[in-house]
Write a protein of this length. Sequence first.
Lengths: 115, 116
Amino acid sequence: AQKITQTQPGMFVQEKEAVTLDCTYDTSDQSYGLFWYKQPSSGEMIFLIYQGSYDEQNATEGRYSLNFQKARKSANLVISASQLGDSAMYFCAMREGDSGYALNFGKGTSLLVTP
Amino acid sequence: DGGITQSPKYLFRKEGQNVTLSCEQNLNHDAMYWYRQDPGQGLRLIYYSQIVNDFQKGDIAEGYSVSREKKESFPLTVTSAQKNPTAFYLCASSIHSRQATNYGYTFGSGTRLTVV
């Protein structure tokens, strides 16, 4: 069964606007970590933000924030004030004991920022 | 500077040949991972290793083999049994995976393998 679901294959956003990328997850573990990575066309994986299952506050890192709704098992990424350089693939991932602590990735969302 | 080095960046293989992708890290990480990425498929786990001389199959291990003789190195061999090997391969490492739910990975820059 798919552990991480990203339902938006592609998204468009205008420069300087905010955008939300959706992610839902499935786990029976109490302790787990949720991650977002950015992958530009060069292929490198860039870590953006992390949320722990016990964290009560939503994580924030600069223009990135994570809207964590534990009961709904969702961990949406919010990018504020989009920039042209934000155009890339974005992957949600989860680390938990059921998977031997290896990161499980969603299929990704392709974000295009337009001028 | 510490990091992960994958080589080569591009690799071409003839059908029926085995090829080995290199992954070296100097981060003193215990755990290492191999992922395969196809368009629209995200990253799928091939193999992972939590300590030297031990490794486990991931979701798509068929047609691949690995070794972990040294902490720094985790080479991946794509064998002739892998019927569709053309893909982008990413290696990653992290601190020991147990107790590490709050740690992510450090990724290499990837190897793009094409069968010709």
